[in-house]
Design a protein around this ligand. Structure first.
Ligand SMILES: *Cc1c(COP(=O)(O)O)cnc(C)c1O
Length: 382
């Protein structure tokens, strides 16, 4: 098991807060993805929005995975990191004209279009540039992925994707355009999905759709991302069960001859290799509680404040055998700036290093300068 090893001497010398990335674990995770996805026609893209740190992107690009992007900024970051343009897909409900034009100039692999007006915009821009646009349609598969409501995207009515009842018209729009190369269908049911059943249901939905559109040439099926990780036990489960995940699609998707399947995993690839490292500024005694105030808060890692997420909290430097209950909070002027309540930790003192584990996804990439704070830096394992 690749338990993350923290180089305390190097870490003590760093300005906190910063992100620490265990690149050995990242590499082992990528290897596991590649091994487990080696079925005919399967292609994995990394969802850049989970973490666009250039070092991380470079490593993933070098491994041969493709990139899933949601803005022209991400497309540029992916290209700079070495992802070949044909392996880049571009999703998102609000692609601007400028973004569409730039993506066409880069000759990216596919636009995942999410509405009729977007298809029309892509067509018009493609025509004006004289470049045929590869387009897949994002279908809302109407599956409840049982995750947090902010990160469930596959239900009947939300801003993502095209409702199944409106799909035929959107396909027609693509098919009749000489400036659109219709590639296939795209789905994404949500994020941090740990029970694999929703993915099996997704396969069934896709099979039904393929049965409905028998005359339609569908060269690619993109099943999105969303595979979850174990936030409670990062050392027990440092690498998600990719074997089971890919097996579900291999066993349940009824593919047509030659059909390609694309995956867009973000969190599952990068979450466990990253930790936010903070330093204890004060240990404050309240009336009934003790507070550990650390020097990184929701500006460094917003998931607890934004999604009520919980990251495993570890005191990396305390050598005490005694334990205490603490609330672990950040320095930001918001009461949601809390990492944990009643956390059982070894006796903690000012200056200790505290890690928020499993923070490699949707961590550094969401950091902000609120309260005029500096962005967290990053440190990589050797
Ligand atoms: C966010 C997103 C992903 C990646 O989601 P993870 O939960 O990080 O795997 C993939 N595809 C689309 C369309 C997304 O919006």
């Amino acid at each position: 098991m690749e338990k993350t090893y923290f180089p305390l001497d190097r870490m003590r010398a760093e300005t906190t807060p910063f992100y620490y990335y265990d690149v050995k674990l990242l590499d082992a995770t990528i290897d596991a993805v590649k091994q487990s996805s080696s079925f005919p026609g399967f292609h994995v893209h990394y969802a850049v929005k989970a973490n666009s740190n250039p070092e991380i992107l470079k490593r993933i690009a070098a491994s041969g995975l493709g990139a899933d992007t949601v803005s022209i900024g991400e497309i540029k970051a992916a290209i700079d990191a070495g992802f070949p343009a044909p392996k880049i897909v571009f999703a998102g409900v609000g692609k601007t004209d400028q973004e569409i034009a730039a993506a066409l100039e880069y000759e990216i692999g596919c636009f995942n279009a999410e509405s009729e007006p977007e298809i029309s915009a892509i067509e018009a821009i493609a025509k004006s540039l004289g470049k045929k646009a590869p387009v897949a349609l994002r279908v809302n598969p109407e599956i409840d992925a049982h995750t947090h409501h902010y990160i469930t995207t596959g239900l009947a009515e939300n801003k993502f994707g095209i409702a199944m009842s409106m799909l035929s018209k959107a396909i027609e729009l693509c098919e009749k355009s000489e400036w659109i190369d219709f590639k296939g269908l795209h789905f994404h049911i949500g994020s941090q999905v740990t029970d694999l059943t929703p993915f099996k249901i997704l396969c069934e939905r896709i099979n039904d759709l393929q049965d409905k559109y028998t005359d339609l040439q569908i060269s690619s099926i993109n099943v999105g991302g969303g595979l979850g990780i174990d936030y409670d036990d990062p050392d027990g489960h440092p690498i998600p069960d990719f074997k089971e995940y890919f097996k579900i699609f291999h066993e349940n998707l009824k593919l047509r001859p030659g059909q390609q399947v694309h995956f867009e995993l973000g969190r599952a690839i990068v979450a466990q290799c990253g930790s936010l490292i903070t330093r204890v500024t004060y240990v404050k005694e309240g009336v009934d509680k003790k507070f550990i105030i650390v020097d990184g808060g929701m500006t460094a890692l917003i998931r607890p404040a934004l999604y009520q997420a919980h990251h495993k909290i570890e005191n990396l430097t305390s050598t005490s055998q005694e334990e205490e209950r603490y609330d672990v909070v950040g320095p930001i002027c918001e009461s949601s700036d809390t990492f944990g309540t009643d956390e059982l930790l070894p006796l903690t003192k000012r200056g200790d290093l505290i890690a928020m584990r499993s923070a490699g996804a949707y961590g550094e990439v969401m950091a902000s300068c609120y309260n005029c704070r500096a962005l967290p830096g990053s440190l990589f394992s050797r």
